[in-house]
Ligand binder design. Structure first.
Ligand code: PMP
Length: 356
């Protein structure tokens, strides 16, 4: 950096930037984007009308406290408003959680590979990442994660289902793990894909939070509710944690459109959850199709599938793109493929079938 540049924190230099899923090229051969775990359905007409009605007050700041949305969430989850905090997507809330708990000298534990924002937001805070490898079956190794706790540990992420593998941790093992975590360490249950779970043995984090003051549940409107572009997520946690989240929030970080659309989506939940059911059917079709072709596919409870391809990862992603679907490669490891429209899934299955 030149002598005349402003002085920035030296640690920031080594921090990678968050890489969003590649978009489908406009006008190109690529027709479907299966790279960001988005919902392929457009917003419901009622949600679009609500959003359009917000335009008349764009000259005003949004309700900073997200009052209407907090009330709606409070009722929906049967939690007090004081146990809620909203943010600019659940990744925004996750960043606030690290900011509120961790700094230089502190440790943040999470499984790896998992959601790629965890190492970035940990590094930004100055804290140290402690990455605990997934089991050979691509599942969280909760015993190893508990063994990794030290007196420096401030926060632990459990991504359930895990991004990018789609795998889950079940009730008995998660409760055993929570019993091992010291009460001053915050456990964040990142449930961005909660609504896609069909395995009855996977606990609802909101039930686990109720009698555990050190558990915080992260949810989002980006996936099942189809509002990724509006950036609204929320946390459910006991009062001191939720209050700290409200303090670390970017002022006016959730736009009025996002708040109104989220409320409208909660009120249209039956219809949206019906769409989730269709996506779950498609997911099962894709997994069975791949297994029928001889692929090893981990049991996914999310809206995506994970294919371990090692050195063949990039070539596979390129083959998909040439056929008209963009998937998400993790070079040297595998590809994550979002479950999309049936025709997009068909294209992906065809590429998988013909891939050497
Ligand atoms: N958690 C996980 C596990 C995710 O995969 C994502 C999105 N990729 C997020 C959180 C963040 O979602 P958003 O910020 O859109 O709420």
């Amino acid at each position: 950096m030149s002598e005349t540049s402003p002085k920035l924190r030296a640690e920031l230099e080594g921090i990678p930037t968050y890489k969003p899923g590649k978009p489908a090229a406009a006008g190109g051969p690529v027709a479907y984007k299966l790279s960001s775990n988005e919902n392929p359905y457009p917003p419901l007409p009622g949600v679009m009308e609500t959003v359009a009605a917000c335009a008349a007050s764009f000259n005003r700041y949004p309700d900073m406290m997200c009052t209407g949305l907090m009330d709606e969430l409070s009722e929906r989850f049967a939690v007090p408003v004081t146990h809620l905090a909203t943010g600019t997507g659940s990744v925004g809330v996750a960043q606030q959680l690290i900011q509120a708990t961790s700094g230089p000298g502190d440790e943040v534990i999470y499984a790896w590979r998992s959601f790629e924002a965890y190492p970035i937001i940990t590094q930004i805070s100055g804290a140290t990442s402690v990455q605990v490898p997934l089991t050979p079956g691509d599942v969280h190794d909760l015993d190893a994660m508990a063994d990794a706790i030290t007196e420096r540990t401030r926060l632990i992420f459990v991504c359930n289902p895990n991004n990018p593998t789609g795998t889950v941790v079940r009730r008995a093992e998660l409760e055993r793990f929570l019993d091992r975590v010291p009460k001053h360490v915050l456990v964040v249950l990142d449930e961005a894909y909660r609504e896609f779970i069909r395995d009855p043995e996977v606990p609802d984090g909101v039930e686990l939070y109720r009698d555990r003051p050190n558990v915080c549940v992260l949810r989002t409107f980006s996936k099942a509710y189809g509002l990724a572009g509006l950036r609204v997520g929320f946390a459910i946690a006991h009062e001191p944690v939720a209050a700290a989240l409200r303090k670390t929030a970017v002022p006016f970080g959730v736009s009025q459109i996002a708040q109104e659309a989220a409320i409208a989506s909660l009120r249209a939940e039956d219809e949206l959850i019906g769409r989730v059911g269709s996506l779950v059917c498609e997911r099962n079709r894709v997994v069975e199709g791949l297994r029928g072709q001889g692929w090893t596919v981990p049991e996914t409870q999310a809206n995506f599938v994970w294919l371990r391809l090692g050195e063949r990862t990039v070539a596979f992603a390129q083959a998909c793109e040439q056929a008209g679907v963009v998937v998400r490669p993790f070079p040297g490891e595998g590809v994550r493929v979002t479950v999309g429209e049936a025709e997009a899934n068909d294209i992906f299955l065809k590429v998988a079938e013909g891939f050497p």
